[in-house]
Design a protein around this ligand. Structure first.
Ligand SMILES: [Zn+2]
Ligand SMILES: [Zn+2]
Length: 164
């Protein structure tokens, strides 16, 4: 399905094709909490990078957080993940990562097209969640201390929820 998105001030608008539009995945890591999450988490969905069309590209800033270097513990490196945001209003737009160049990961909060409601929620990076964040514990709340192995597209396939 075609997703249309924008920042809050309207300086950036974009569209992207997505086969994985269900906003089921909540990330509670410190980066998402600080940059995105009023509720302590962010929600990313997935789009096809080759279909991305952007208006107002000059207003986009890119943030690469410093993260622990897994090869050299104690050292920090720039995360390969590139968090795109509007430099005028600060809205998060999408994450792009050269390790997965076929995809971009729009924040559900940036999407204006009505999204399907997630019947199941996957809560990830809970080892990094702030203690004030209430993590739902319903039967359809799946919890992971870090990141699960299953990709966003594979979750959609397993639930038969891929969009055309
Ligand atoms: Zn803006
Ligand atoms: Zn995160």
């Amino acid at each position: 399905m075609m997703l249309r998105g924008s920042c809050h001030c309207g300086a950036v608008t974009f569209q992207v094709e997505s086969r994985a539009p269900v906003p089921y995945l909540r990330c509670y890591c410190s980066i998402c909490r600080k940059t995105q999450g009023g509720g302590g988490f962010s929600i990313n969905i997935m789009g096809q990078a080759g279909s991305l069309r952007v208006n107002g590209r000059g207003n986009i800033g890119v943030y690469r957080a410093l993260v622990e270097d897994e090869k050299r513990p104690g050292r920090k490196i720039k995360s390969p993940a590139r968090r795109h945001f509007c430099r005028k209003c600060g809205s998060g737009l999408w994450v792009a990562d050269p390790r997965w160049p076929r995809w971009i990961y729009p924040f559900a909060s940036a999407i204006d097209t009505p999204l399907p409601k997630a019947e199941e929620r996957v809560h990830v990076m809970l080892d990094s969640a702030a203690n004030w964040v209430g993590i739902p514990r319903g039967a359809r709340d799946i919890r992971f201390p870090e990141y699960p192995d299953e990709s966003i597209i594979d979750w959609h396939k397993r639930h038969d929820l891929t969009a055309p």
